[in-house]
Design a protein around this ligand. Sequence first.
Ligand code: C2E
Ligand code: MG
Ligand code: MG
Ligand code: MG
Length: 284
Amino acid sequence: VLLPIGIGAAGVLAFVVAQLVRINGALPAALRVALKRGEFFLVYQPIVDLRTKEWVGAEALLRWRKSTGEFVSPDVFIPVAERNRLIERITQRVLELVASDAADLLRKRPDFHVAVNLSAQDICNPDICARLRAITTAMGINNQCIHIEATERVFLHAEQARKSVEALRAQGHLVAIDDFGTGYSSLSYLTEFTMDSLKIDKCFVGTIGQHAVTSHVIGHIIEMAKSLELKMIAEGIETEEQAEYLRAHGVQFGQGWLFSKPMPMHELVEQLASRRSPERPVGS
Ligand code: C2E
Ligand code: MG
Ligand code: MG
Ligand code: MG
């Protein structure tokens, strides 16, 4: 009885090892090359006030285009970078890209913000505040113009994370919990950490208007965020029905293809300029 299980397990193990070698072998090397060759760039997705439809900020999302022209999704390469100690260098590159892309816009529009995704390892890096300060100083902007998004995984490293999040907030950055409800940390962190906002993951937004059982969950997430006095940003809004449900339930902000896909900074600047109403010219 044990033998077939043994062979089966060995087969599975061989497969897993082969996958790990493939992922951990080729990709980290390619990521190092990509950093050297400058194959990374950022696109920006507007964050919208759900009541006024005004664009209040934008999330910076990393893109990797290989020299072959092939795109690799951050959902693929960020976890690899995290496992191979490359995330610190990638995050540094992200911060430098934000600085060169967004300095002009944020100097002219101090009411606007750019949200940057940080990995758990970045948040727990004791230098993170100084690195962000160096960037905002070089840009000539307030720290308030750079928001931080951290996934729930950060809270697995409770003590270091608590200190870092406190320091980031003390420095003026708003900190959001990203992909809320999809991680594997216990909810106790919600009472142990002070955060500013919670991003409702698109997997919950996608349940709006579906069968009652699944769509109940998002209602409870919204109620919980309200009772914790956290602002909410809903991700992945694709339909008017979803936007209306979220607005009606008191979710302040949203982003998604209904409003806009991510775009290069020059396009964001053009769109922001054309969205300004004549009664509110730039600088007023
Ligand atoms: P995230 O931070 O939760 O970002 C939201 C993702 O949802 C983005 O995917 C965005 O393009 C996508 N999205 C936005 N609106 C819609 C919509 O209406 N429908 C659908 N189907 N998708 C929508 P993206 O750009 O592929 O990024 C995936 C993840 O990679 C991000 O999830 C984030 O966790 C990570 N990531 C991206 N850029 C960075 C970065 O600079 N640093 C780090 N550490 N992680 C990053
Ligand atoms: Mg994010
Ligand atoms: Mg998210
Ligand atoms: Mg997400």
